[in-house]
Every structure is written in structure tokens, then in C-alpha cells.
Design a protein around this ligand. Structure first.
Ligand code: NI
Length: 138
């Protein structure tokens, strides 16, 4: 485990109340864990903004009966084949399919792929999740 530094900082009482609420509502054991994850999230966000290499998943649900949609989704993924590590398809019901795409690559390319999937008619929901250690991924 890396060296741990003990910090002390000041915030307004009301803001501290909000922090306590957030920690209680989450599953974190304490404020330190909560703040550590908050910092990591901010680092990931910054990395994505700078267009560095990112790792994540795109999860989406769609109606496979929607005309031309399945072909369009395959075409989109082939266009971004260099960012896709793996893809899983689940038949959720008679009409609905879910896919999870594991991605790694330039953040802007991954975001573009996720936005394009989300914008297709017949796609009911799409979410992009990003992850990082806080160090540069290559
Ligand atoms: Ni299916």
C-alpha cells in the first residue's frame, strides 16, 4: 500500500452536513474513502477532457425490431473497432436487447461512439462509464 498522508481542511458547516449526508447515503465506511473516490472521479474526468487513453464500458438497451437499427449498431461498432476490446449481447425479452461494450482508447473517440449509439432511434437507454487508476493508462 502506498504511503498515506493525513489531511486537515476547513469547510462551511452546512457543506459538511451535506458531506455527512452523502457519506451516509452511500456505502462508504467513512469520509476518507468517500473523498478518495471523489478525487479519483475528478482525475478520470480531467483525463477524459484532455483526450488521454481511457477505459470503460458503454451499456445500452434497444428494440431490435426497429428497422435497420441492428445493422446500424454493428456498423457503428466496426467504425470504432480499434477502441473495442469486447462486446456482449443479451436478449432481454422478445423485443429488447442489451449490449455491453468494453472500450479502451482515446476518450474523444469513445465518447463519440457512445453519443452515436445513444442518438439512434430505437435505442432506449445508453450509458457510458469510465474508469481509471488516476495514473495514465496506455
Ligand atoms: Ni438480442
Amino acid at each position: 500500500m502506498s504511503e498515506v498522508v493525513r489531511l486537515s481542511f476547513s469547510i462551511e458547516k452546512a457543506l459538511n452536513g451535506k458531506l455527512e449526508e452523502l457519506v451516509r447515503a452511500s456505502r462508504y465506511k467513512n469520509r476518507s474513502e468517500f473523498i478518495r473516490d471523489l478525487i479519483r472521479s475528478k482525475l478520470v474526468e480531467t483525463e477524459w477532457k484532455k483526450g488521454e487513453v481511457a477505459f470503460g464500458t458503454i451499456t445500452f438497451i434497444y428494440d431490435h425490431h426497429y428497422r435497420g437499427l441492428s445493422d446500424k449498431l454493428i456498423e457503428l461498432q466496426h467504425h470504432h473497432h480499434s477502441e473495442i476490446l469486447a462486446a456482449t449481447h443479451v436478449h432481454l425479452s422478445h423485443d429488447l436487447c442489451a449490449e455491453v461494450i468494453l472500450v479502451k482508447g482515446k476518450a474523444s473517440e469513445i465518447r463519440e461512439m457512445s453519443d452515436l449509439i445513444r442518438q439512434q432511434k430505437g435505442v432506449l437507454h445508453a450509458s457510458l462509464s469510465m474508469s481509471s487508476t488516476g495514473r495514465k493508462l496506455q
